[in-house]
Ligand binder design. Sequence first.
Ligand code: CMC
Length: 382
Amino acid sequence: MSGTGLDEYHPGLEGVIANETAIANIEGTDGAGGLEYRGYRIEDLAGRVSYEETAFLLLHGDLPNPGQLAEFDRRLKAARAIPDALLTLFKQIPPHVHPMDVLRTSVSVLAHFDPDVDAAPTDHAANVRKAERLTAQMATAVAYRERVRKGLPLVAPRDDLDHAANFLSMVSGKAPSETMREAFDLSLVLYTEHELNASTFSARVTASTLSDLHSAIVAAVGTLKGPLHGGANEEAWKVLEQVGSPDNAEQWIKDALARKERIMGFGHRVYKHGDPRAAILKRSCAALAKEVGDDRWERIAEPIEREVTAQKHLPPNVDWPSARLYHYMGLDIDLYTPIFAMARVAGWAAHVIEQLDHNRLMRPRARYIGPPLREVQPIGKR
Ligand code: CMC
């Protein structure tokens, strides 16, 4: 088999280098681990750049200067509207349908109305325009659908609010406090990009067939939904609720691990010593818990973290603090993963564009383990 590569099997593609990328580095430039977006450490970006600046960095290659940011902001705000057809569809989809499924449908519908729908899939400039529009529209789609399913009047986008504050205002009907806006913006920044995770890989595989950007993002939304990936932030909240009190944490974790269950919001395929995003977001959780005057969930989260680390040596990942953060903002649990998606779209799109700029069809191999060669029997003899 040597020469075919079939002797090298990596279940889950663990450790396999499938791409080169200039977008994110999760090894850290010095090899010591960590997360960098286009050469900037996440710790240096956190709290210093907005989601808009981060999306610009990913889509355009560097942080914007004031003029570039103002222009980018103007384009995003101009793209916040969604087609009436999508709004009509929101009213027809039953209210119980998970917002992540509605978001997947939304991206597909948005494709039909995109002014660049007929552009060649490899048209770099058209892809950047599509990516910018989707970044604005996905937030609107999540917020509008939320209002529609609850039977509430729609809240129009506000040009005086940034991406983070505008989304929260469109969902709740009121502009967030500054602490809440900052924390939400930070969570979007931290969710924007993460190298070749499952959903980004899925987007790149789709793009590699020379399919279009929207199709790649539809694939990514579907991939993010699963609880081992983006869906973990919703599951992490359920862990907190089920534990219910700091005193229950030790026994609950023991029992769950004895049943061989996974504790959602813990562990990572690459970060074995801790997810840098989780440490940053934990600080925002504490600040927000203080602002809303309810530290119960912080007090429950602490012993759970301690027990999972003690019993299984697994540190929390980004989805662990984000669940609490979104709870403090009064957001419904099933919005947590769509929020992850509406942030990650900039990272996905950057990868799709990078893939299409230097494309090679992704077509790995599978090692065959089925029955040996056999003869087809006539139907009467089977
Ligand atoms: N709870 C309990 N045990 C775990 C967990 C967990 N969360 N994660 C890993 N393990 C165990 C696993 O069962 C295995 O144990 P053993 O050696 O006894 O069989 C060992 O740790 C190694 O696990 P693995 O399957 O090799 O790890 P992986 O690299 O495939 O898993 C993971 C990565 C993220 C799928 C996993 O840690 C997990 O299922 N975590 C819970 C879901 C989650 O929080 N996902 C979010 C990931 S990060 C952000 C994102 O993508 O949204």
